[in-house]
Design a protein around this ligand. Sequence first.
Ligand code: FES
Length: 161
Amino acid sequence: MEFKFDWEENKEKLEDFKIFIKENRNKQGALMPVLQKAQALFGYLPEEVLQIISKDLNVPLSEVYGVATFYSQFSLIPKGEYKIGVCLGTACYVRGAQDILNKVVETLGIEVGKTTPDRKFSITATRCLGACGLAPVLVVNDDVYGRLTVDDVEKIIDKYR
Ligand code: FES
């Protein structure tokens, strides 16, 4: 699923961003802070923005992509309004977390790491969330749901639709 970057909607942010690039252009290792700024401003790293970075910093686009995909703090797709995280840590895993995750994938019709076309939901598999006593655990933004069964998944997601 491709997400179109809205130039008009992001006009002011782009202006801020251009100024930030200008201020940092001649500094050593400018790529990292510039990518961090872009992620903070736009919530993800749109392809169009990566092209601007490549051009303005005079860094090959392949290198910009290389760094953007290497670090998990960066995302190339927008995250959903509701970020669903299913814990695949050991305690959750042995209590059926994979089935919970499969059910989330089936219910939303997107894969792990992806966002629904309406940008409402995104799914991630997480490490231990520190709530092992509640295993298996799923979070929706800051809401924690524990001791889940596969049958609970749809009801939880419905609350956010
Ligand atoms: S393993 Fe899932 S919360 Fe710890």
